[in-house]
Design a protein around this ligand. Structure first.
Ligand code: GLU
Length: 521
């Protein structure tokens, strides 16, 4: 048997570190066994998938040294490797399940589904589809189709017993079928869901081992049943531990830089970054921490993969990166590496118009522009004491800046200009006197500098986003509760109440402190 493994990212956002993590372990596993590593693009979400996101998956993986043997951009014998080009294949296989009575047409409308959810919630039951169209007669199905009703195709999941499979990392897994929904396989527009496309592709691409993050474990019973329904041998499942942030919670874009491009732009060495990823959920014999990819490939052993979460600790990455600088960048090459990273000529040319009329002598260039060349800014303690904002309130404004820019999918100069004015309006604060100094502080670590909006465009989305996150933390951070509350106000189009609330919250804690100190005196 030739080992064939794959990653199957969806091109719906910035290239996530989790994609590189999975790619690394799939690639190491394939190379270790002399097999093939495939990259398949799962773009069944037609609304959110974008060609530019697909390109950034390729670019970011190549940046850190990951190579695939088959994929949309390199070809291969089992293509096409982009799901949007395989719709007919899914429809044919789905018809086979319908013909065999293993799937059925479901006519539930959005309102019906909503009603089912509400009833289930009111009764304290697992919210899900109540299978009301599972046993329609063929005549009734035809009559509804004749009347122009649209339908999805659902899988007839067993009603009793359990789904049992052996996970090569987690061991025996058993899930009662009663906990598994009749999964939609084909949407009403004829496009497949992730579950159908994923299983058909893994089968037709002859995938032998499915190595993926354990957040997909809840989908695996549906997949196991699909293999059974088609009469196919399932692959071996290996669910890798989830990446966790330093707080022990799932690594999230809300708090941590999760885009691969941040690590590139912040000046990490790709080889160190790859080594860092290989420490996630894996331990080499003798607890070695610094080793080249070739060692991981040669010594790869599934039994050394951990069962629980892997902490994505940036302090560890910094330490490791420094070891790589010391040991694998000879001193006579150091300048050229830094130069390539920081002094890329086209980027610097863009910077010159911002600097031209602002320096009295060249010596002031770095004073003005230092923040372009600093990976991780340190904010002076009183930097965020901005007139018009109480302590911690800047965090609320910056969070909304991030939401608006993310929603616009445009971190360019004009977009930021627009967003900054919008934020002033949403919070009812002065744009020039409050929002601008806050943005300067977050991006530059100081209150003055070259024009802000153009600077952010040159600095790039990934660095800018990470700085906003860091500036939020520097102002005390945002708890989940506060952030949810802010989101609701933001969606309602008025965030000013959040500022007032934060103030009264502060006053309460001040009052409490005073009361405490009075009672103890
Ligand atoms: N499309 C899924 C993703 O975005 C693939 C999950 C899997 O590997 O099955 O990660």
């Amino acid at each position: 048997m030739t080992v064939r493994v794959r990653i199957a990212p969806s091109p719906t956002g910035d290239p996530h570190v989790g994609t590189a993590y999975m790619a690394l372990f799939n690639m190491a596993f394939a190379r270790h066994h002399g097999g093939k590593f495939i990259l398949r693009i799962e773009d069944t979400d037609r609304k959110r998938s974008r060609p530019e996101y697909e390109q950034s998956i390729f670019d970011s993986l190549r940046w850190c040294g990951i190579q695939w043997d088959e994929g949309p951009d390199v070809g291969g014998a089992y293509g096409p490797y982009r799901q949007s080009e395989r719709t007919e294949i899914y429809q044919q296989y789905c018809q086979q399940l319908l013909d065999q009575g293993k799937a059925y047409k479901c006519f539930a409308t959005a309102e019906e589904l909503q009603e089912m959810r509400e009833i289930a919630t009111a009764q304290g039951e697992r919210s899900g589809y109540d299978r009301r169209y599972r046993n329609l007669s063929e005549a009734e199905v035809q009559q509804r189709i004749g009347a122009g009703q649209t339908y999805t195709v659902r899988l007839k999941v067993p009603l009793t017993g359990e789904c049992v499979y052996q996970d090569a990392i987690k061991g025996r897994i058993a899930v009662p079928w009663a906990d598994v929904d009749d999964q939609v396989l084909l949407k009403s527009d004829g496009f497949p869901t992730y579950h159908l496309a994923n299983v058909i592709d893994d089968y037709t691409m002859k995938i032998t081992h499915v190595i993926r993050g354990d957040e997909w474990m809840s989908s695996t019973p549906k997949h196991v049943y699909l293999y059974e329904a088609f009469g196919w041998e399932p692959p071996i499942f290996m669910h890798m531990p989830l990446l966790l942030g330093p707080d022990g919670k799932k690594l999230s874009k809300r708090k941590n830089p999760t885009s691969m491009f941040y690590y590139r732009d912040a000046g990490y060495l790709p080889e160190a970054f790859l080594n860092f990823l290989s420490l996630m959920g894996y331990s080499m014999p003798g607890d070695r921490e610094i080793y080249p990819l070739s060692d991981l490939v040669q010594e790869f052993d599934v039994s050394r993969v951990g069962v629980s979460g892997a902490v994505f600790d940036l302090k560890k990455l910094d330490w490791l990166n420094q070891q790589y600088i010391i040991n694998s960048v000879p001193v006579d090459q150091l300048w050229s590496r830094i130069e390539q990273w920081a002094f890329e000529p086209t980027r610097l040319q863009k910077l010159m118009p911002l600097v031209h009329t602002r320096i009295k002598h060249f010596g002031e260039f770095f004073d003005l522009c230092d923040f372009f060349f600093i990976g991780d800014l340190n904010y002076p303690p009183d930097l965020f004491h901005i007139h018009g904002l109480k302590e911690g309130q800047g965090a609320l404004l910056l969070q909304v800046v991030i939401w608006l820019l993310d929603a616009a999918e445009d971190w360019g100069s004009a977009s930021l200009h627009h967003v900054s004015k919008e934020v002033a309006k949403l919070f009812g604060v002065n744009h020039k006197k409050v929002v601008m100094p806050l943005l300067f502080a977050a991006i530059m670590g100081k209150r003055f500098g070259p024009p802000l909006f153009d600077s952010v465009e040159i600095l790039g989305k990934f660095m800018a986003r990470a700085r906003f996150l860091k500036a939020i933390e520097a102002q005390g951070g945002l708890s989940k509760r506060k952030s949810d509350h802010l989101k609701a106000a933001f969606e309602a189009g008025d965030c000013s109440s959040c500022l007032a609330e934060q103030e009264s919250g502060e006053r309460k804690s001040e009052d409490k402190n005073t009361a405490d100190s009075l009672s103890s005196s």
